[in-house]
Write a protein that binds this ligand. Structure first.
Ligand SMILES: O=C(O)CCC(=O)N[C@@H](CCC(=O)O)C(=O)O
Ligand SMILES: [Zn+2]
Length: 334
């Protein structure tokens, strides 16, 4: 296998490859751009005009998505997967990956869309670099742009695999993209309704990409992901890469949710009234006191059919400590 196919090994070892550009037997170019960043270019005659950004390791302890991208890269470097798309592979937070931690000082996935400029330290610099790498990758005109940012969650989930779809004023969520996600094994999609500071919010809002955060199961250390079944997503990604993706427009079985409210932690007095092992998508009854914070702030459930995802009272003050979601229809899709 070409040495650049071993991007994960290089990244975990903190090594820069001696040779930055390599060609596979089929003339596919692999180009190392920076730590944890590698571009794949099909030969011009094979290029189908689509650009695909695949990122993982934005949270360093979310290893199933990192292993999935590693397998795809190996397949390309060995000539077993024959790309017709340009691809940018990114491992988001290499130092956190080496330490097996979500982040060191700052959550990289809260540092996009300008937030890195208001912070200092390695993670703020990395977010700026990731923005630059994505901006440059998606700068070619007339090509389709797709970004999947792959994650696993801190806790178990009543719905194992789901996507979060960013939002931008004046732009409609795409039915075709949801059908694609359905075919890739996602069981639910959360349609956002405001701007955000995540990586996919940046590529969606600023780079005009279709962009999704994909949650694939529960976070576990490297080599312990047998319980995370990414086979349907992996098959679909190979098809997208090779330009052999079957057409689909079916949303059958896909559950759609809208954000009702984001629960923001304002102070150290924040209290979340949920068991530590509560699962994502757990239903919450109307009238339930979900959280309390400074100045007698109370979060009481008012919504019919409310559920909670990503509850986390340990986030830094000012950040999201959970999302309250409600079921929604597909009427607003383009
Ligand atoms: O399990 C959790 O609480 C977090 C899992 C995770 O990392 N999720 C992403 C979602 C990003 C988005 O909102 O699009 C995150 O919190 O960064
Ligand atoms: Zn994550």
């Amino acid at each position: 296998m070409l040495a650049l196919g071993k991007l994960l090994e290089l990244t975990l070892a903190g090594r820069e490859p001696a040779q930055k550009i390599q060609l596979t037997v089929d003339g596919v170019q692999m180009r190392w751009l920076s730590e944890g960043a590698l571009e794949v270019r099909p030969p011009e005659a094979k290029d189908n005009g689509s650009d695909l950004l695949l990122s993982s390791g934005i949270h360093g302890n979310e290893t199933a998505p990192i292993e999935l991208l590693d397998r795809l890269l190996h397949g390309i470097a060995r000539g077993e997967i024959k790309p017709r798309s340009r691809i940018l592979f990114l491992f988001g937070n290499p130092e956190a990956m080496r330490r097996g931690e979500r982040y060191l000082e700052l959550d990289v996935n809260r540092l996009f869309n300008g937030r890195h400029e208001k912070n200092i330290g390695p993670e703020a610099m990395r977010a700026a670099e990731l923005e630059q790498l994505a901006r440059s990758f998606f700068s070619l005109p007339g090509r389709s742009r797709l970004h999947y940012d792959l994650h696993t969650a801190i806790r178990g989930s009543k719905i194992e695999q789901f996507a979060l779809y960013p939002w931008k004023e004046g732009r409609q969520h795409s039915r075709h993209q949801l059908a694609r996600l359905n075919a890739a094994g996602m069981q639910a999609v959360l349609l956002q309704n405001k701007t955000s500071i995540t990586f996919t919010a940046f590529t969606y809002e600023q780079l005009d990409a279709e962009a999704f955060t994909l949650e694939l199961g529960k976070a576990r250390p490297f080599g312990q992901n047998q319980g995370v079944d990414v086979s349907r997503l992996e098959t679909r990604l190979k098809q997208i890469i090779e330009g052999t993706e079957p057409e689909t427009d079916s949303l059958d079985g896909l559950q759609l949710f809208a954000v009702s409210r984001e629960v923001i932690k304002h102070s150290d007095a924040f209290l979340l009234h949920l068991p530590a092992d509560v699962e994502n998508f757990s239903p919450l009854a109307k009238g339930y006191l979900l959280a309390e914070d400074v100045a007698k702030t109370r979060w009481v459930i008012e919504e019919e059919g409310a559920r909670i995802i990503f509850p986390n009272p340990k986030v830094k003050n000012g950040l999201r400590a959970g999302i309250l979601i409600v079921p929604c229809g597909d009427g607003a899709l383009a």
